[in-house]
Structures are given as structure tokens and as C-alpha cells.
Design a protein around this ligand. Sequence first.
Ligand SMILES: NC(=O)c1ccc[n+]([C@@H]2O[C@H](COP(=O)([O-])OP(=O)(O)OC[C@H]3O[C@@H](n4cnc5c(N)ncnc54)[C@H](O)[C@@H]3O)[C@@H](O)[C@H]2O)c1
Ligand SMILES: N[C@H](C(=O)O)[C@H](O)COP(=O)(O)O
Length: 332
Amino acid sequence: MTEKPLIAITMGDPCGIGPEIIVKALGNPLVTTGCTPLVVGDREAVDRAVHVCGSRLKLVEIIEPEEARHVPEGAVALMPVSRLPEGDMQYGRPTLAAGDAVHSYICTAARLCLAGRVAAMVTAPINKEAMNRAGHVYHGHTELLAELCGVDDYVMMLAGDVLRVSLVTIHEALRAVPGLITRDRVLNTIRVTADGVRRLTGKSTPRLAVLALNPHCGEGGMFGNEEELAIAPAIEAAQHEGIDAQGPLSADTLFHFAQQGLYDGVVAMYHDQGLIPLKMLHFDDGVNVTLGLPIIRTSVDHGTAYGLAGTGTASEKSLLAAIRMAMGMAGV
Ligand SMILES: NC(=O)c1ccc[n+]([C@@H]2O[C@H](COP(=O)([O-])OP(=O)(O)OC[C@H]3O[C@@H](n4cnc5c(N)ncnc54)[C@H](O)[C@@H]3O)[C@@H](O)[C@H]2O)c1
Ligand SMILES: N[C@H](C(=O)O)[C@H](O)COP(=O)(O)O
């Protein structure tokens, strides 16, 4: 019998809902029948979440990831990467030490993936500001993981079973976006998206919609010319490479058609253009997947939800979907 894949789950911000959604998700037998999970985080934070959620989850501390395969039936392995005092784990109040710890969970899991010691990593939400204040200057997991993996051509995609949306620009001030819409950046996003969607759907030539940046595709230059200068030339180049990319298409109407299943993926120009429709449809089951990495990384589609931290009420559904996608990508 083949062994179940080892999947590292990073705990995310100890002051947010990460530990609680992990505890709830790991109580679901679908997870433990499909993989051997391994939580990378802080024992005290997860113990507190077990209590808050009224869970009966048993944790076993391990040092080497392979030990996760040998924890007793019904228990889950935890690799303690930090031991934060209570003062650094207050709900909604991340400290520098918490921001630093979060960075170490991500780096530990990524290195285990790169060394082939775990099959995939799934990440719980972090507070990007807290990680940055602690001196780890990254816009989010995505950029940190790209650097750890030595990759330049990476793409953030959020995916549900109806819509899959990837982003040409990710966490950028809206005023900076137009300057970042270049032919090369759009072409690269289309290429990486086509590969990623191929892998996720099994379709050899997935159909991609590429959005315009400006209202009504710029209206012949009246409302902007990024379509003419960058987006259309990138689509043309992608088509020459055999990629089925259509566009530029007006973002205001495209999602109406995309949600009917006309496209396997949508390439959006900026964060909220793509993620508002995605989260409207898929907040519960959406997964954030980083395409273009040599490792498998999936994540929840939501943040630290400080208002819910400590209540045990946050939904674990997106985390379950992220674990399921990681298992699928790892071949389960
Ligand atoms: N993957 C990640 O690490 C990730 C993703 C998104 C946001 N963030 C970070 O999270 C922080 C807060 O961001 P935000 O307020 O924009 O988004 P958020 O997702 O934390 O919260 C938005 C709304 O959704 C609700 N919500 C979020 N997760 C939920 C869940 N599992 N169950 C039920 N309701 C849930 C919250 O209560 C809130 O009303 C920021 O620092 C942001 O950078 C991290
Ligand atoms: N843009 C993502 C979302 O809205 O869910 C997110 O903030 C996560 O980013 P990283 O995966 O890079 O941390």
C-alpha cells in the first residue's frame, strides 16, 4: 500500500483564527484519511484553539517530519517552531515576536517541501503587516515562497469549482497598477496560468479569459491605453504559443459568462478586480494556490479575521478545500 502524503500546515498568525480553523479541519476524517497532516507552529496556540473549539484533538510534538507517520491513531503531529509567551499571542494584537514566528513557520514548511520531506504545504492566514514589522519584508506568503524557491515567474491564483482567477499584479497600491501592466508581465501571467490550470483541470488546452484594465477595454483609448499597448500584444503572443487566451475582455461583464463555465481560468489585472467576484462566489470553498513554484502550496482564501479569533466560530471550509487541493496536486 502506498503511504499517504505528508502535508505541512502552517499555523499562521497566533493572534488570528489560524489555530482554530486548523483544529476544526483536522477533526474532519476526510483530512486524516487522505494525508498525514503535520502542523508547523506553536503548541500553546494550538492547545488554546483546541480548548476554544471544544475539540478533542490530541497533539503529539515531533522534531523530524517523518515522525508524523507514527503518531497514535486519532492524534495529530505538531512541529513546534516557536514557543511564544501568552503576551505575544493576544487575539488581534500581534507583536514583533508573533510576526517573526509566523515567518519561521512558513520558512520551515517551505524548506521541508524543497527537501522532498513533505509533499505539500498548506498555509493558514497571516497578518502581512506584523510579519513586515518583524523585519521580514514581503507582501505576503507568495513573494516569500517565490524567494525561498528561487523563482521569478510565479502567479497567485484563487480557485473554486466554478471560477479560477489569477492576478497580473498582486498586493499593489491601486495607483501603481497601470505602470505595472506591461506586455511581459501579462504574457508571463497567462503562461503560468495556462500551465497551472492544465495541472488543476487535466485539460490540455484550457480556455483563458484575459481582462482589460480600463472600463470598456479603454474605449479606443478614451479611457486608457494599457489594452492596446500591453494586454492585447501579450494575448497575441500567448496565442502564437498555442495558448487559448481570449481578450482583452471587459471585466464588468466577463464574470457573468465565466461563472457559466465558459472559461477554465480568468487572468485579472489587479487584486480586487479578480478577487471580489471570486470571493463573492467562493468565500467558503475558495483556495489560494501559488502557481509556478517547484513545490505545492495552497492556502485559505481569507485573512486573520481578528473579530472572530478566540470565538471558535470561524469557518474551516476554505482550509479544508486548500488541504483537498494540495492532496489532489500531490497525487491523492
Ligand atoms: N492567506 C493569508 O495569509 C491572508 C489572506 C487574506 C488576508 N490576509 C490578512 O488578514 C488580515 C485581515 O484582512 P481582511 O480583514 O481584509 O480579511 P479577512 O478575511 O480576515 O476578513 C474579512 C471578513 O471575512 C470574515 N472571515 C474571514 N475568514 C473567515 C472564516 N474562516 N469564517 C468566517 N468568517 C471569516 C471576517 O470576520 C471579516 O468579516 C490582513 O492582515 C490581511 O493581509 C491574509
Ligand atoms: N490576496 C490573498 C487573499 O486575498 O486571499 C492574500 O492576501 C494572501 O496572500 P499570500 O498568499 O501571498 O499571503
